[in-house]
Design a protein around this ligand. Sequence first.
Ligand code: SF4
Length: 351
Amino acid sequence: MIPQTTGETFAEKVLAWFGQHGRKDLPWQHAPTPYRVWVSEIMLQQTQVTTVIPYYQRFMQRFPAVRTLADAPLDDILQHWEGLGYYSRARNLHKAAQIIRDQHDGQFPTDMTGMEALPGIGRSTAGAILSLSHDQAHAILDGNVKRVLSRYHAVAGWPGEPRILQQLWQYAEQHLPATRNADYTQAMMDMGATLCTRSKPACLLCPLQTGCKAFQQGKPQDYPGKRPKKDLPEKTAIALLLRNPDGEILLQKRPPSGIWGGLWSFPEFAGEPGMADWLQQTCGQNHIISQRLPTLTHTFSHYRLHLQPLQVDFDTQAARIMEGDGWLWYKAGTKLNGGLSAAVRQFFRNT
Ligand code: SF4
């Protein structure tokens, strides 16, 4: 049993706080169907609520139902995702929508097993969708909830470690209320986002203060434990900026999986000789680098990429060779089918 000092349970305190302070007017809280909740949950992974809201509204306008999403071209979805990052989330949304259309007659599964079988839906997201849209009793453990629980129970260690994660899941399950699961799930997310924040937890306003071990120790910020430090490997590459006489830049569609999968990006090469060979073979033309532009740096979860953009100007005839599927002559600010990679967006922001 969880020790309580006031007689009220953990969940009762959280629910009482929610009644007064919880968020009840977020766009996905109106008509919380599994589809609407699912899209919001995926967008909210690694992204703040205030950033997500306009993306969510545009997305829902264009893809109002799971079938619309399933039937849409991936490029269209990636375009609506542009700027949110972690594009595998958008690709998985598309795949999952097609599975729901083709294998579930357009209806979301209503149990954890069916939900977790869909691409991009893990235990916490499945629990959140079923809880928020069907009021089912499932625990969630997103970043906010991990923080609240690891502080409340003073669970030391990094939640990425299986042993710590398992312990946090146990606590999450243990605290579930007998009723009002949707409110409780929302309340836990809200408490982590607005009260028990990463660097400045508002412990004096917190309904859990009396039972919170981290507060009693006077060091809530020590929890959860940090990921053990590991230096990210550095990689360098050449980004070719081929410019035609109209000032358009050549973009290449990246393969569907891997970094920036399915997005438009600059052709990339390991080094200048490889780029020169490619230009020679593709266009039969010797190239002259007209400009070396400032390096673009992008940090991925597993490495840091430094791209050296080299601008090469082409005449119209040579430029015409690069037409067709997978290639695009692009001018900043014009409409295109699909999304742009972070490198391209960073480049056009800087120029
Ligand atoms: S008392 Fe402070 S550290 Fe503990 S749960 Fe509340 S806000 Fe978080």
